[in-house]
Each structure stands twice: as structure tokens, then as C-alpha cells.
Design a protein around this ligand. Structure first.
Ligand SMILES: C[S@@+](CC[C@H](N)C(=O)[O-])C[C@H]1O[C@@H](n2cnc3c(N)ncnc32)[C@H](O)[C@@H]1O
Length: 439
């Protein structure tokens, strides 16, 4: 197996493993008193600028090509996951991200020869995580595709919702429909059995056939919308599914064309690129499920957690991915009911308590969890207040038994902020904070 190219380009490490204070410039640590939602924490904190050889030295695009399967708003850079995995776990360790998003931590763990586990309640996040960590080689994925009898779609194109048709030409859409149906059959997600109302949200691809279907779903999710040569939609954002009416009007004004694509060919081209530097040697596991309800059998199983829960309502993941969720047979409104997305301090704290309690349960004693959260701006009457979400995480983490080692403050440059192209320089999340916890 090829060793991923980027590992060879890494700066030689001068840091010492498994000892947080040894990697820091201790003189730069200060005591911060933060207050948020009536919760105050006294924690040692440090600016990420004072850490040595961190993710800051790498561009946002640093990392293995597989990480670019799909752009998804709210993701952290692979270099950040790499930093914590590399310094706080060993080869063969089990690394968990219970809010896995597009699978950044989970796949980076596999690339570093750890076993990367990911769980997310959003179907497209689950599919993207599984598509990466199941280690389906391009050749076997193409063989699987060749074995499918695509035939014609059960869905008449006239019955497709007009919002979907805004994005695709009739020829392209006809192919997407049939591929979607065949892959759904093989992946075996029965959306009628996944009951979002009863909280019974669980799926995990076990067989090679399910994993191949999940791989291609991941690839397809990544090219569904965007403006590259293999994007299937009219030119639009790659990171989030745009609003249909806005897109329709914008396309009309700018005379944007819906391309006729050979969908399978686009999928194969993208897959070829994703694996152009080889793939990870060690596989992992992906689950559709909730961070607050991890499997009972995971008691003291993990050596490290690197994760990033939602920050209040800073992002609306189900709406941002509504077209991708349609592809997988889900309605974004149903998905939204299950995600942690609330402006209420009380509800947010409860959700974080639930997650941290589970994180504590599944970590081995003495092991660490790194939780990345951003400060958010909230309206309180006529006033705007900034909530330091890390205070809530620290407060809830103490309740479940964690020690809080440190908070790393990481400024987000204006151009990298969420939806930065739509916001002025002073808007958007301005600082991420990484809460370093120890069991
Ligand atoms: C900040 S994003 C994580 C992004 C990830 N670090 C990455 O690089 O792609 C938060 C994720 O939490 C997921 N989520 C929201 N509520 C959840 C819950 N209760 N359980 C599990 N995942 C949840 C969202 O779907 C979203 O993918």
C-alpha cells in the first residue's frame, strides 16, 4: 500500500507525546475567567499561536485528497485532527469522533494507522464518514459499479419535486434517480424503519456490498452540487445546498446552464482523484446515530476523542445539506428534529451534558478528549451578546467527572469563517476554542 504523500512532507516533530504541558510554552498560559449562560469557568488558557508546529502552519487544504470528497460547512481542517491524534494517541489506538461531520477526525486517524470511529445523526455526514473509513479501493469500487444492473428508475421524472429540478438537467437527473435507487437498495438504509420520532436512529454498513454502496454514495454526495468539471448541478456552492428559489433566480440572471453529465463517469473520475495518493492502511467504523446515545458495548473502549459539536444555532446542518439528504432518501426537516440545534442555553447545556457523559463513559481512564467549539453571537433583547461556548462545555464536563486541562484559543481568519463570502469582516464566528479534557 502506498504511504500517503503528505506524511512525507510533514515538518519533523519536536514535540513530546502524551504530555500536554510539554508541548506548550508554559509562560504563555493565563488564567481566564469566562462567563456564559450564567456559567463561569476558571481555566488555564493559551492562544494556539503559542503552540509549536500546529495545524496553523498548514493551509486549510493540507491533507490527503480523500478529505476533499465533499466540502461541508462547519468542518475543521484535517491538520487540526492530525495534530491531536498524532500527539495524544499511538498506532493501533481507537479514536472516536461522536460528531463526525464529513469524517475528518475518523479518516485522519486511519491515515495515522489508528482505528477511526465516527458517529453523526445527519445521514450525509454518516455516509461521508463511512465512505472514507471503510477503505474501499478504487478498483474494487469500480468492479462493484460494473456489477450493478442499473435499468431505469422507478420514479417518473415528472414526480420529482420542482426544487430538485432547479439544479439538474433532465438527462443528469434521470441518471441520478436510478443510481440513487440502486445504491439505496445495496446500502440497506430503510428510511421507513429509521424512526426519527422514536429516536431509533441507527445504521452501520457491515458487508462489503453495503460499504461499496456507501463509498459511491459518498462520492456522489460530493459531486452533487458545485462548480467543478464533474459537479452534476448548475454552478453553485459546493459546501452547502443552496436555496432553490435563490438559485433559480440567480441562474436566470447570470444565464447559468444545467450541465448534461455522464454521472457514472464523473463519479469514477472523482474517485480516481480521491485515491490518487493511495488510501489508509487501517480501516474504521461509521455509525448513523446520536452522540448522546453511544452503543452500550463501548464502555472504556477509546484512547482518544477529537470532536466538534454544533455551536448553538451557528449553523443549520440539515438545511445546509437538504439536497444531499434528498439524495439519501431523507427529508431535512425530519433530520433537523434530531440534531442539536438550539438557541436556548438550558437545552444546549443539557445536550452537551448528554454527549460529555457518554464521552466520559467510552474513554479509557487517563485518556483525553479535545472538544472544538466556537464563540457565538446571540441576541438578548436589543443587545447582542457573545457566548463563550467553551465555558458551557467545561462546566458540563466537570459535572460528568472530566478534569479540564486547558483551553486553546484559536482565532479564525475572516476569510475562513462560516459563510464568509456572505458576511462582512466583523461577522461570523471569530474564535474557536479547544477544550482539552482528561478522564
Ligand atoms: C461542527 S460539525 C462537525 C464537523 C466535523 N468536525 C468535520 O470536520 O466534518 C457538528 C456535527 O454534529 C452533527 N450533529 C448534530 N447533532 C448531533 C447529535 N445529537 N449527535 C450526533 N451528531 C450530531 C451535525 O450533523 C454536524 O455534522
Amino acid at each position: 500500500m502506498l504511504k500517503p504523500k503528505y506524511i512525507e512532507q510533514r515538518e519533523p516533530l519536536t514535540l513530546i507525546k502524551n504530555d500536554l504541558l510539554r508541548i506548550l510554552d508554559v509562560s504563555a498560559i493565563s488564567k481566564n475567567r469566562d462567563v456564559a449562560c450564567n456559567v463561569s469557568t476558571d481555566c488555564p488558557s493559551i492562544s494556539s499561536y503559542n503552540l509549536k508546529n500546529t495545524w496553523r502552519q498548514n493551509s486549510r487544504n493540507w491533507g490527503h485528497p480523500m478529505h476533499s470528497m465533499a466540502s461541508r460547512s462547519g468542518s475543521f481542517p484535517p491538520a487540526l485532527a492530525d495534530y491531536f491524534i498524532n500527539h495524544f494517541s499511538r498506532v493501533g489506538d481507537l479514536v472516536l469522533d461522536p460528531y463526525s461531520g464529513k469524517g475528518t477526525t475518523s479518516y485522519q486517524a486511519c491515515l495515522l494507522d489508528r482505528v477511526g470511529f465516527g458517529i453523526d445523526v445527519a445521514p450525509e455526514a454518516y455516509v461521508l464518514t463511512g465512505a472514507k473509513v471503510h477503505i474501499v479501493k478504487h478498483i474494487e469500487a469500480v468492479e462493484y459499479l460494473k456489477s450493478i444492473r442499473f435499468g431505469i428508475s422507478k420514479t417518473n421524472i415528472r414526480d420529482v419535486h420542482p426544487d430538485i429540478k432547479v439544479f439538474f438537467s433532465t438527462k443528469t437527473l434521470a441518471q441520478i434517480l436510478v443510481i440513487k435507487e440502486r445504491l439505496l437498495e445495496d446500502l440497506g438504509i430503510d428510511t421507513t424503519k429509521i424512526n426519527y420520532d422514536s429516536g431509533l436512529v441507527f445504521h452501520h454498513a457491515r458487508t462489503k456490498k453495503e460499504q461499496c454502496a456507501q463509498y459511491w454514495f459518498g462520492v456522489l454526495t460530493g459531486i452533487l452540487h458545485g462548480s467543478s468539471s464533474y459537479s452534476l448541478s448548475l454552478p453553485c456552492s459546493h459546501s452547502f445546498s443552496m436555496a432553490p428559489n435563490y438559485t433559480k433566480n440567480y441562474a436566470k440572471k447570470h444565464n447559468l446552464k444545467k450541465p448534461d453529465r455522464n454521472v457514472i463517469q464523473c463519479m469514477i473520475e472523482k474517485s480516481h482523484y480521491l485515491q490518487s495518493s493511495g488510501i489508509a492502511r487501517i480501516g474504521g467504523k461509521a455509525y448513523l446515530g446520536k452522540a448522546q446515545e453511544l452503543p452500550k458495548s463501548w464502555e472504556e473502549k477509546f484512547d482518544l476523542i477529537v470532536t466538534s459539536p454544533p455551536y448553538f444555532t451557528a449553523q443549520n446542518y440539515p438545511w445546509d445539506n437538504w439536497l444531499r439528504e434528498w439524495l439519501l432518501g431523507f427529508d431535512f426537516k425530519e433530520v433537523r428534529k434530531q440534531t442539536t440545534q438550539t438557541a436556548s442555553c438550558e437545552k444546549y447545556s443539557q445536550a452537551m451534558y448528554g454527549f460529555l457523559k457518554e464521552a466520559y463513559r467510552v474513554l479509557k481512564p487517563g485518556k483525553r478528549a479535545f472538544v472544538v467549539v466556537g464563540d457565538v453571537t446571540k441576541k438578548s433583547g436589543d443587545e447582542k451578546i457573545i457566548i463563550n461556548t467553551s465555558s458551557i462545555i467545561s462546566h458540563e464536563a466537570k459535572k460528568v467527572g472530566f478534569n479540564i486541562d486547558l483551553i486553546i484559543n484559536d482565532d479564525i481568519p475572516p476569510t475562513k469563517r462560516y459563510n464568509s463570502s456572505f458576511l462582512s469582516v466583523n461577522q461570523g464566528l471569530q474564535i474557536d476554542r479547544i477544550v482539552c479534557l482528561k478522564k
